[in-house]
Design a protein around this ligand. Structure first.
Ligand SMILES: Nc1ncnc2c1ncn2[C@@H]1O[C@H](COP(=O)(O)OP(=O)(O)OP(=O)(O)O)[C@@H](O)[C@H]1O
Ligand SMILES: [Mg+2]
Length: 328
């Protein structure tokens, strides 16, 4: 109807101008006249004319402004945590320029958000590495020195003191184990030393061993060589999913599956607990979603309803040449 890039203000002005012009022409060219003291028949004609003007104006403005209402509705649904939603430019009529601008803005925001999240997650990993290293090197070494000292004194101390020293040695040993465990959680050494499958098996064992639900593992004997950051993402997703099961699910068993298909690696952590509220999201789930996105994966967290537990599923596309190396 109008040139597409014409600003909305001018479109409305033009529509109103056209309607007023038609009304004025109708008055000027038709035999209708209005007396100083309008007659009833003249008032009826005026009223009819006014109604026609309002209706025509309304119909024309509706065509222009309805896409804006649709735009407002979709804008309210946009959530940057679930990227990829775009407005339909083709069906937006006169609001097409606005929709195009909005879509471009979303694109920029999503790129910016994903870049800053990646940066934040990388900084978090680096910080975890540093703390793990310090725990291991500083606290771990000091506790080991205390243990050695206690052992020396136990050999020479009289009997009643020896029992006290023995208790102290137990406490120190437990603390040392705890420091090692925290350090291991912060910086998964297993991942680099033993590989992904063993590291995941270790997480499963830890969960069951610490009074958590029984973890049924279905892990392949080997996985293709994956980039270290992808392996770390898989490890962190399993770690968070299992922690969530222990903290929230009240489950008795969890399935931990990792499988290889033609073009993807699929990870599944499914519990038989109370299930999760649709849309429940804390820093943990958000972190899993962002990490998955960082390496081009697709993650979902959902419940099957009726107390059917919760399933975290991560699908990572793996290029064919990498899959070809699996198990070789
Ligand atoms: N396996 C599960 N079973 C039942 N509810 C779950 C499960 N996993 C998550 N939830 C629910 O989803 C919410 C969000 O989980 P999320 O991991 O994002 O945060 P969180 O565990 O509460 O905190 P954190 O930031 O320490 O991870 C939880 O508070 C919990 O209510
Ligand atoms: Mg959590």
């Amino acid at each position: 109807m109008f040139h597409l890039s014409m600003p909305l203000f001018w479109r409305v002005c033009l529509i109103n101008g056209a309607v007023f012009l038609l009304g004025t022409l109708a008055l000027a060219l038709s035999p209708a006249t209005v007396s100083a003291q309008p007659l009833l028949s003249e008032l009826v004609v005026l009223l009819l004319g006014l109604t026609v003007i309002v209706l025509v104006n309304g119909a024309l403005l509706r065509a222009v402004l309805r896409p804006l209402d649709r735009l407002t509705t979709v804008m309210a649904r946009i959530d940057l945590r679930y990227p990829g939603l775009r407005l339909d430019e083709a069906g937006s009529g006169p609001a097409r320029e606005l929709v195009r601008g909005f879509n471009a803005m979303l694109e920029r925001l999503e790129v910016e958000r994903s870049t800053s999240t990646t940066r934040a997650l990388q900084a978090q990993e680096a910080e975890r590495q540093r703390i793990a290293q310090e725990l291991h090197d500083e606290v771990g070494q000091s506790l080991t020195a205390v243990l050695l000292g206690l052992r020396y004194f136990m050999d020479t101390a009289p009997e009643p003191v020896r029992a006290e020293l023995d208790a102290l040695r137990d406490t120190t040993r437990t603390s040392l184990e705890e420091v090692r465990r925290i350090s291991q959680r912060l910086r998964p050494g297993d991942l680099t030393d033993l590989g992904l499958v063993s590291a995941l098996a270790g997480l499963a064992r830890d969960t069951s061993a610490r009074n958590g639900p029984h973890v049924r593992r279905r892990l392949p004997s080997s996985v293709p060589d994956l980039p270290p950051e992808t392996e770390l993402v898989i490890y962190r997703v399993v770690q968070e999913a299992l922690t969530n099961v222990v903290r929230h699910a009240r489950a008795t068993t969890v399935d931990l599956d990792l499988s290889l298909s033609d073009d993807a690696l699929v990870l599944r952590v499914a519990d038989n607990g109370v299930g999760i509220r649709a849309g429940a999201m804390g820093a943990g789930i958000q972190g899993m979603l962002e990490r998955a996105r960082m390496v081009g994966g697709d993650l979902s967290v959902r419940s099957h309803g009726g107390g059917g537990g919760t399933e975290v599923r991560l699908r990572l596309p793996v290029p064919a040449p990498v899959l070809g190396r699996a198990g070789s």
